[in-house]
Ligand binder design. Structure first.
Ligand SMILES: Nc1ncnc2c1ncn2[C@@H]1O[C@H](COP(=O)(O)OP(=O)(O)OP(=O)(O)O)[C@@H](O)[C@H]1O
Ligand SMILES: CC(=O)N[C@H]1[C@@H]2OC[C@@H](O2)[C@@H](O)[C@@H]1O[C@H](C)C(=O)O
Length: 372
């Protein structure tokens, strides 16, 4: 029998809103027992530091290059992850030595797949030292070395969760609406196809923050009061990203923010909610079958305007839309759980990515291991 390990996944996603911490027990294959989840939000000051990290990273051409200020932010980010792990263990009454491994994503500060460059800050060795738990980190790099996009990596986990749909002979599509959106399709023949599907919440967050100082549109309520400005929506949906048959992964900065004065607060939020939903549908048109079910994960599922738009568009195709919770999963924990799952796969040398998920030439493993 394969070894079942206890793993904690740590995700600081493109929204830069905090650290997601989730525990699972898994053999890195078909056995998955989901445990507790904790979201640890960043305060405004640190979000500002992460935005500064994106600026500092922009000119980098070497993924190990760290100007001193970026290195400082990396150490602070790492320390915050160590504190989040301690808080998680305390909250759920767990001892550090009951955890076999941490799967550490870090923070993506630059992602340029066309140049074979992806940079996540976060010091795995330091995290292992601080927590006393082995850490698997830097899981995107090896995929790129082998011709992959370096993202998305969650599909291996989605595929492991898709068993009940496959047994029912249904094509299912997991959609993550985070800062950027991405999808994983598992066809009736079991084949997996995955890719980034468009700007998720990033454009909405940037617009709402610029206009109001709030960091997102709670519940999609602002958007709910606006109307779609067709010309602005078209500007985004006409992006070459949605054309051609080759899918590529996205950087947070790939879609320019809406500019001040281009719309009222409400119409801007509504237009960008429409863009978030329509992007996923446009990208899903490249799939080999129409999914019977879309399972929506990530913070964007809490934006009722995005969800209403997306549901209407998907239903027009004959698909059914569920939230992760309606399908029996946890939509906030999914990515952190995936990073725990991938860390266990990495320990066993199992592939993390596949030709159908990142475009890598052949299935490859990845990740670096730091021991305390
Ligand atoms: N209650 C809510 N109402 C509306 N939107 C919300 C709500 N809660 C979270 N969001 C949106 O979800 C975003 C965070 O989503 P999530 O944590 O899934 O992203 P992420 O993991 O950082 O990104 P990625 O998946 O791209 O790495 C927030 O920035 C916000 O836009
Ligand atoms: C380079 C990078 O960090 N990409 C993220 C980002 O956020 C969503 C989407 O773009 C996805 O491709 C990926 O994250 C998820 C966790 C993934 O790799 O599956």
């Amino acid at each position: 029998m394969d070894v079942i390990r206890t793993a904690i996944g740590l995700m600081s996603g493109t929204s830069m809103d905090g650290i997601d911490v989730a525990l699972i027990k898994t053999d890195g294959r078909g056995f998955i027992e989901r445990g507790p989840f904790l979201g640890v939000p960043y305060e405004a000051d640190f979000r500002g530091r992460l935005k500064r990290a994106l600026e500092l990273a922009r000119p980098l051409t070497d993924r190990n290059g760290r100007p001193a200020e970026l290195r400082d932010i990396e150490l602070e980010l790492t320390q915050r992850h160590a504190i989040a792990v301690t808080a998680f263990l305390e909250r759920f009454g767990l001892a550090a030595d009951a955890v076999d491994v941490l799967g550490f994503h870090g923070q993506t500060v630059l992602h340029r797949p066309d140049d074979g460059l992806t940079i996540q800050i976060g010091d795995g060795e330091e995290l292992a030292r601080r927590t006393g738990i082995p850490v698997v980190y830097d899981m995107r790099a090896n995929d790129m070395v082998h011709g992959g996009q370096g993202a998305p990596l969650v599909p291996a986990y989605h595929a492991a969760l898709a068993g009940k749909f496959q047994q029912a002979g249904q094509a299912v599509c997991f959609v993550n609406i985070g800062g950027i959106s991405n999808l994983t399709f598992i066809g009736t023949d079991g084949r997996i196809s995955a890719f980034d599907s468009g700007p998720g919440n990033t454009l909405i967050d940037q617009w709402v923050e610029m206009q109001t100082g709030r960091t997102y549109d709670p519940g999609g309520e602002i958007a709910g009061r606006g109307k779609v400005v067709a010309a602005l929506a078209e500007r985004y949906l006409d992006n070459p990203f949605f054309r051609g048959n080759v899918r590529r992964s996205l950087d947070r900065g790939d879609f320019a923010p809406l500019r001040d004065g281009e719309a009222s607060l409400e119409d801007g939020a509504r237009t960008l909610a429409h863009v978030a939903a329509a992007s996923i549908i446009k990208s899903a048109s490249f799939l080999s079958e129409t999914p019977a079910t879309f399972i929506v994960c990530g913070g964007g599922r809490l934006n009722a305007t995005v969800m209403a738009e997306f549901s209407a568009m998907a239903e027009a195709l004959g698909s059914h839309v569920s939230t992760a919770e309606q399908a029996g999963f946890d939509g906030d924990a999914m990515e952190a759980e995936a990073w725990a799952y991938l860390a266990v796969r990495s320990l066993d040398g199992l592939p993390l990515t596949f030709p159908g998920t990142t475009g890598v030439t052949a299935p490859v493993s990845g990740g670096m291991l730091a021991r305390p």
